[in-house]
Design a protein around this ligand. Structure first.
Ligand code: MG
Length: 415
């Protein structure tokens, strides 16, 4: 059983008169919603979002249940806006995490719509784990804007996806394996527009108590301007039921194979080396139940390295497969000319497969083509392979002569 500890703060900020953010702290479910709309409609939208999340996820506490809860929240807000002219056009973001059980293990399900964010701090490194559905973040992902430019961009508050604006909504949903010492943060843009990520990370490293850390983050956002409502939810994994230790031991026992229990824990990128000067562990110690954090950390690191190695090997296997299957050739199959996908004779364990039968028998091959086809005539694309076959067909049936063409036109009777 994974144990969590959490803290949360929401604040109207220093400019707005009402707080349109809503939060939900109902372990194992945590959410932040940032509402928009005039006449306090934003408050209504974000409140409906978290209330629907609580009810629907409560009835089906799974990853799918969580994604479904977000879609149901969208419908509820949309329907309400349709009924009440004062609420028309209201919408809200929602970012939520929930601890769910999958195949006997605990997984943290994450859902997101809009530009509120979820972060994970692991070993002192802060990583945003959700994609913002906002104009500027899409420009950042497309390489047209740097993260620094996005932070100050005048249009940074334009969201490209939100709940309540349309009858249907696309929901980002994924799961991550929670490890002891992980710290997850949900935040509305009132935090992330005012406080750059490195400063968020610094507070998260320094302040162990989740409530206290959330309060400090909100205070910093207000000190930096507080132009929007600010909401922060922090969820700490204080016990992972020995998951990290077990993963390491399983790797040590069977170094050649990755056991199924660790599949989900392969990181997106290799763990960066911790800065020894930063004193990560000292600044953010895990729960006191862990007797030997350093040893566990080392074995976890070794395990992660091995997973990364396996991922690289899998990638190489996949790349060879792509290369082997990435071209076509015209050859012979059972006395018939065919187009194969794959390289002549195959490559490693990838045999070519018949893609197109042409109906041309090997015996009918024009001499100019026979040798090439018997050896396997390689073509980079299917279209080029088809063109090569067409060339064979053209060579077998000579084009009509000019005299034949003349005959057909002149024999037609005049009108
Ligand atoms: Mg906001």
């Amino acid at each position: 059983m994974t144990s969590l500890r959490w803290g949360a703060v929401t604040d109207v900020g220093r400019v707005r008169t009402n707080n349109e953010d809503s939060l939900l702290v109902e372990s194992p479910l945590f959410a932040v919603a940032d509402g928009v709309g005039g006449h306090a409609a934003g408050e209504v939208a974000s409140a409906i979002a978290v209330a629907t999340l609580k009810t629907v996820f409560g009835a089906e506490p799974s990853r799918d249940g969580l994604a479904d809860a977000v879609r149901r929240a969208n419908e509820a807000i949309y329907d309400r806006a349709m009924e009440d002219p004062n609420l028309r056009g209201m919408g809200t973001t929602v970012t939520a995490v929930a601890l769910v059980e999958e195949e006997g293990d605990d997984v943290l399900a994450v859902v997101n719509v809009g530009d509120s964010r979820a972060y994970r701090m692991r070993d002192g490194e802060l990583e945003q784990i959700t994609d913002d559905h906002s104009l500027v973040e899409e420009m950042v992902r497309a390489g047209r804007l740097s993260a620094e430019q996005a932070f100050t961009h005048p249009q940074r508050n334009i969201v490209t996806r939100a709940l309540g604006l349309q009858a249907d909504v696309e929901v980002d949903c994924f799961g991550i394996t929670p490890f002891e010492g992980d710290r997850f943060v949900l935040a509305s843009d009132g935090l992330t527009d005012e406080v750059p990520d490195p400063e968020i990370a610094s507070i998260l490293r320094r302040v162990t108590d989740p409530d206290e850390a959330a309060r400090e983050l909100v205070e910093l956002a207000k000190a930096n301007g507080g132009r929007d409502n600010v909401t922060v939810v922090i969820v700490d994994v204080v016990d992972d039921n020995g998951r990290a230790v077990k993963a390491s031991e399983a790797i040590a026992a069977a170094p050649a194979k990755a056991p199924p229990v660790v599949e989900r824990s392969i990181p997106a990128e290799p763990e960066p080396e911790p800065d020894p000067d930063r004193g990560v562990r000292a600044a953010h110690p895990p729960a006191p139940v862990e007797p030997a954090p350093r040893r566990r950390r080392f074995t976890l690191k070794a395990a992660l390295f091995l997973f990364a190695l396996i991922a690289v090997l899998a990638g190489a296997f996949f790349a060879i497969g792509l290369f082997a299957r990435g071209s076509y050739h015209v050859g012979i199959h059972d006395g018939e000319v065919v187009i194969y996908q794959g390289r002549p004779g195959g490559l490693l364990w990838f045999d070519p497969t018949v893609k197109v039968r042409t109906g041309i028998s090997e015996a009918d091959l024009p001499p100019a083509f026979a040798t090439d086809v018997r050896e396997g005539k390689e073509e980079p694309t299917l279209a080029e392979a088809r063109q090569y076959v067409k060339n064979i067909e053209d060579a077998r049936t000579p084009p009509p002569t000019s005299s034949q063409a003349t005959t057909t036109t002149t024999t037609a009777p005049p009108p």
